[in-house]
Ligand binder design. Structure first.
Ligand code: ATP
Length: 356
């Protein structure tokens, strides 16, 4: 049985359609991310799942039970808010215990649950501190413990890493994965950060303008995005106008003003004849010594090199005019020189502007 099923869910605020007819199935024990730019409706979707907003249309089913009209406090979900929403006047332990007071538990049971939750997120040494006496990471752990102490079936996380610096963010990513594996609960994680979504999730739903545009594994989304909008949102992508020509249907061709013309595999699912866009990730491109070093090569000129530590990003200008980004690992490379940019045929994504 799926942990969570959303069916044709919609929510409007005045003229804004924050969530527009979303249907999603989230498996048990998944780390499921909802990824999209600011204002696309991610938080509203999470609040609908939590019961903090009422949908205009659609249904929400958790563990096979219709929860659409069940109030938030009776849903088996718990939410961690972007700003953690800790009570400033309560200690870490009291913040964590707060949600248990209406659960008919004895003081001993509450203390045990709080101690267990603090151990789970490694916050015990700070149990007596107030939120303002904690670092961002410690506040985040307290919020996690406060949500987990209720033993939810689904943990809803609204951009919980966004306030953390890069190093802490990486530590907390590891913590979240460890917790998910250890607890066997379903995580629904909202973020606008592609890196967080790619490295944490089993599945990602990409949202734009209130709609869910593609749901897939991180690998599928990155390597087989459904359209240009998703392709460019999921990391850097060079895009060019092109045409699929099928004079000979057994041997179709791709024509691109900037990159040239080459035959493509007719069994590719994306080879509809006519205008298209093509995409090439910077890491699919390389600098070649000769035309024999890659399926397709095209001359250009390095304009600028951005050094990124483990690699460099080359900003090149093709001799036919377009600019192109090439990821380059070694050796170090100088700017302002003529180069030959090459790539393999199968690394070219053929993309549409519209959803199929
Ligand atoms: P962010 O990443 O910036 O938090 P988001 O993707 O979570 O954005 P939402 O907060 O869900 O987006 O907002 C979606 C749209 O709905 C936005 O246009 C927002 O202004 C609007 N909206 C959200 N809540 C309300 C509200 N209570 N009243 C009116 N409009 C709202």
């Amino acid at each position: 049985m799926s942990a969570l099923v959303l069916t044709a869910l919609s929510k409007r605020f005045g003229t804004t359609c924050a969530v527009d007819d979303i249907t999603l199935t989230i498996p048990q024990n998944a780390f499921f991310s909802i990824l999209g730019p600011s204002g696309c409706g991610k938080s509203t979707l999470l609040r609908l799942i939590a019961g903090l907003e009422r949908p205009d249309k659609g249904t929400i089913t958790i563990d096979g039970q219709d929860m659409t009209h069940v109030p938030a406090y009776r849903r088996p979900t718990n939410m961690i808010f972007q700003d953690y929403a800790l009570f400033p006047h309560l200690s870490v332990a009291d913040n964590i215990a707060y949600g248990l007071h209406n659960d008919n538990l004895s003081r001993t049971q509450i203390n045990q649950r709080v101690t267990d939750a603090m151990a789970l997120v490694r916050i015990e040494p700070y149990r007596a501190r107030r939120p303002h006496q904690l670092s961002g990471g410690q506040r985040q752990r307290t919020a996690l413990a406060r949500a987990l102490v209720k033993r939810p079936k689904i943990l809803l996380l609204d951009e919980p890493l966004s306030a953390l610096d890069r190093q802490l963010r990486e530590i907390m990513r590891e913590e979240l994965v460890r917790l998910k594996d250890h607890l066997g609960i379903t995580f629904v994680f909202v973020t606008h950060d592609q890196d967080d979504a790619l490295c944490l999730s089993d599945h990602i739903a990409v949202m734009f303008d209130g709609q869910c545009k593609q749901t897939a594994t991180p690998q599928e989304l990155y390597h087989r995005p459904r359209n240009i909008e998703i392709a460019t949102f999921m990391g850097k992508m060079n895009t060019f106008k092109a045409q699929v020509i099928d004079d000979d249907p057994h041997n179709p061709r791709l024509d691109c003003d900037q990159l040239g013309s080459w035959h493509i595999d007719p069994t590719r699912a994306d080879t509809t004849p006519g205008d298209c866009m093509i995409g090439l990730r910077p890491e699919s491109l390389r600098l070649c010594r000769s035309h024999d070093d890659a399926d397709i090569t095209t001359p250009g000129h390095i304009e600028r090199v951005s050094f990124l530590g483990d690699r460099s990003l080359i900003h090149a200008r093709l001799s036919r005019g377009a600019s192109i980004l090439v990821s380059h690992t070694h050796p170090a490379i100088e700017g302002q020189q003529e180069v030959l940019v090459g790539f393999s045929r199968e690394d070219v994504l053929i993309l549409n502007n519209e959803d199929p």
